[in-house]
Design a binder for this molecule. Structure first.
Ligand code: TXA
Ligand code: MG
Length: 339
C-alpha cells in the first residue's frame, strides 16, 4: 500500500516523478487525451506493476510514449512510409501508430505481440516527464480495468489510491478520449482500430485508403481474430444499464416519455433536450469536441449519483463524434434502440 501523493507540475515535481519511474515505480501522468499510468517501457518488472495496479489482462498491450521523434527508430523494426507522413502531420498529438516492434521492447509491454503502439503526446507535462526520464514510457489509461478512463487527477486517485506512489496533477485533459489507434496495411492503407480526436476524415488527408476496423462499431464474436486486444474487453461501463437511443431529438423525447420510470436518468447534450420532461438528466456537451471532453466524467458521475437506468442520446458517427460513439457504445454494452 502506498500513501499516494498528488504532485504539481513544477520542475521539482517532475524530477521527483522521473526519479520514481527510474526506480521502477508507476506514476499517474496527465496527457492531452486522458491520464496515463506510466512506467519505464524497458523495465519488465515496472511494466508488470502497471498491469497489477489496473487489474489489466496480460494480453492487452501498452502504448509506448516518446517525447522526440529520434526515439522512434530504436523502438520499431520498420517505419512504414505512411507512418512518417502521419508523424509529420499529427505528432506531437493524440495518434498511436502500431508498428513491428524491435527487440528492445519487452514482450510484457507489447502484451506478447510482435508489434508495438507508439505515441508522442503533445501535453507539456507528459513530454517534460519523458524527457527527464530519458527512456520511453509505457502508459495505458490510468483507470482500473473496465472503468471509464480518467480525465482528472481526482479520477486517477479514486481508482489508484494506495496502488501507486504518486500522481502528477496537470488539470483536466483537453481532449478527453484516448488517442486514435491505427495500423498500416500494404503500401497505402490505414486501418482505424480505435477512433479518437484525430478522425477518420483527418487520416484520409494522408491516404484515401482508410478502413474502419469492424471492432470500432460492432461487438466482436468470441472466435473473431481481434486486431486490437483492448477492443474485446468490457470497457467504460457504469453500474447503470445504459441504452443509446439512435434517433432524432423528437423521437428521443417521445421514447423516453413512454419508457422512463422512477429509476431513469437521461444522458443528453444540453438542458434544452429535456425541456418540459420531468426526468432527471445529465448533460455532456453541445458539440462533438465537448462531448469527447465530458464523456468519461459523466459516466463516472452516473455511478456517483447511483443511476440505475440510463437513456442516452446518440452522438454523431463521424469526425470526433465517432470516438464518442465508440466509447458510449461500450459503456452501453452495445445496447442501441434505433428509431
Ligand atoms: O490516449 C491514449 O492512448 C492513452 C494515454 C495515456 O496515452 N492511453 C491509452 O492506453 O488509452 P490504453 O492501454 O488504455 O489503450 C491502448 C489501446 C488498447 O485498446 C490496446 O489493445 C491497443 O491500444 N494497442 C496497444 N498496442 C497495440 C498493438 N501492438 N496492437 C494492437 N493494438 C494495440
Ligand atoms: Mg484504457
Amino acid at each position: 500500500m502506498f500513501d499516494t501523493k498528488i504532485l504539481g507540475t513544477d520542475e521539482d515535481s517532475i524530477a521527483y516523478a522521473a526519479k520514481l519511474l527510474s526506480q521502477g515505480e508507476v506514476v499517474g501522468m496527465p496527457t492531452e487525451t486522458v491520464y496515463g499510468l506510466a512506467a519505464n517501457a524497458f523495465d519488465e518488472a515496472a511494466v508488470r506493476k502497471i498491469f497489477a495496479a489496473k487489474g489489466r489482462p496480460a494480453d492487452n498491450p501498452l502504448i509506448v510514449h516518446i517525447s522526440d521523434i529520434s526515439q522512434l527508430e530504436g523502438l520499431v523494426d520498420r517505419i512504414p512510409p505512411l507512418a512518417v507522413k502521419c508523424a509529420e502531420k499529427f505528432w506531437a498529438g493524440p495518434l498511436t501508430m502500431i508498428m513491428p516492434k524491435s527487440e528492445k521492447i519487452p514482450m510484457v509491454t507489447s502484451g506478447g505481440l510482435d508489434t508495438v503502439g507508439i505515441r508522442m503526446p503533445s501535453h507539456k507535462v507528459a513530454r517534460a516527464l519523458i524527457s527527464a526520464c530519458g527512456f520511453p514510457i509505457a502508459a495505458p489509461s490510468a483507470n482500473l480495468s473496465g472503468s471509464p478512463s480518467p480525465t482528472t487527477a481526482q479520477h486517477v486517485l479514486n481508482d489508484m489510491h494506495g496502488r501507486i506512489p504518486a500522481i502528477i496533477d496537470g488539470g483536466a485533459c483537453g481532449v478527453g478520449v484516448e488517442s486514435t489507434v491505427i495500423s498500416f496495411e500494404g503500401e497505402d492503407g490505414i486501418r482505424l482500430l480505435r477512433p479518437g480526436f484525430i478522425s477518420a476524415e483527418d487520416l484520409m488527408e494522408i491516404t484515401p485508403n482508410v478502413l474502419i476496423d469492424k471492432g470500432v462499431l460492432e461487438k466482436l464474436g468470441e472466435n473473431v481474430k481481434v486486431r486490437s486486444p483492448g477492443m474485446k474487453y468490457k470497457h467504460y461501463a457504469p453500474k447503470a444499464d445504459v441504452t443509446i437511443i439512435d434517433s432524432s431529438l423528437e423521437a428521443f423525447r417521445e421514447y423516453v416519455k413512454t419508457h422512463a420510470d422512477n429509476d431513469t436518468t437521461l444522458m443528453v447534450f444540453t438542458d434544452s433536450d429535456c425541456e418540459g420532461l420531468d426526468i432527471p438528466h445529465i448533460c455532456y456537451g453541445a458539440n462533438d469536441e465537448e462531448q469527447a471532453k465530458e464523456l468519461f466524467d459523466v459516466l463516472r458521475e452516473l455511478d456517483i449519483i447511483g443511476a440505475k437506468k440510463v437513456y442516452a442520446r446518440c452522438p454523431n458517427k463521424d469526425g470526433v463524434g465517432l470516438a464518442v460513439y465508440n466509447r458510449l457504445l461500450r459503456a452501453a454494452g452495445f445496447q442501441v434502440v434505433k428509431l
